[in-house]
Design a protein around this ligand. Structure first.
Ligand code: GAR
Length: 199
């Protein structure tokens, strides 16, 4: 059997998708987590990763101010030590420059809480409700220089219910995120880019 693919997971917050990914990478899974990296040293997900025995690191973006390239160079240094084959953005809330996305082209995934190409960017659930959509969901895609714009590798759909608020809808979508992202990563790590469609 070939060596498992090495996966680094980038987070900014609670890291629930990171946990779903990390928990999936056992047994015959073709990948293993080698690093959880955050732009926020206080991110709760770092504690969760530590508790799972995964190496963690933080590169605080704040001292870099508007110098995104310098922040990303520091990320690159930390990633170089972990030698990942694949990067998974999992609630990583920094916009990446083309320099970074091109360096990881074809090797970097993101999960976004909308049915792309609808609602790129922020406040996806509020925007779906405002538009009166009957359906919402989440998307895993390859990361390119275009924000939330790379090739789609999987989608999961949920109904929008009459009493939904942005929070209740987000919670229902998050349950799907935790199924979709591991399913896509398993396929992607095995070299298969056929989109995963859930449910
Ligand atoms: C998730 O809902 C993810 O889709 C979203 O942030 C949340 C992170 O939760 N990502 C984005 O909005 C990216 N633009 P988590 O830290 O518990 O995985």
């Amino acid at each position: 059997m070939t060596d498992p693919k090495r996966v680094a997971i980038l987070i900014s917050g609670s890291g629930s998708n990171m946990v779903a990914l990390a928990e999936s990478m056992t047994g015959d899974h073709p990948a293993r987590p080698v690093l959880v990296l955050s732009n926020d040293p206080g991110a709760k997900g770092l504690d969760r990763a530590r508790a799972m025995g995964i190496p963690v690191a933080a590169v605080d973006h704040r001292p870099f101010g508007k110098d995104r390239a310098a922040f990303e160079a520091a990320l690159m240094d930390r990633l170089a030590e972990a030698r990942p084959d694949i990067l998974c953005l999992a609630g990583f809330m920094r916009v990446l420059t083309p320099g970074f996305t091109e360096a990881w082209a074809g090797r970097m995934l993101n999960i976004h809480p909308s049915l792309l190409p609808n609602y790129r960017g922020l406040h996806t659930h509020a925007r779906a409700l405002e538009a009166g959509d009957a359906e919402a969901g989440c998307t895993v895609h390859e990361v390119t220089a275009e924000l939330d714009g790379g090739p789609i590798l999987g989608q999961a759909r949920v109904p929008v219910l009459p009493d939904d608020t942005a929070d209740t809808l987000a919670a229902r979508v998050l349950v799907q995120e935790h199924m979709l992202y591991p399913a896509v990563l398993r396929r992607f790590a095995a070299g298969d880019r056929t989109p995963v469609l859930l449910p």
